[in-house]
Unconditional design. Structure first.
Length: 60
């Protein structure tokens, strides 16, 4: 019984989806989660909450 629990635990660890790393740029501290057909992603292109709410990206 203990072996079965161990095998199931290991299987659950390997079945978990990998996490993607997010890069943080202090120039663009405001991020927004965007949902699409292929899932969701985090976009950190905004310099203020107002800009994020409008959905416009910053120009450099």
């Amino acid at each position: 019984m203990r072996g079965l629990v161990s095998i199931l635990g290991i299987a659950m660890i390997f079945a978990a989806s990998p996490a993607s790393a997010q890069r943080y740029d202090p120039s663009y501290p405001v991020c927004m989660e965007v949902y699409g057909a292929d899932g969701s992603r985090i976009e950190c292109f905004f310099t203020s909450m107002e800009q994020c709410k409008q959905g416009t990206t910053a120009t450099a």
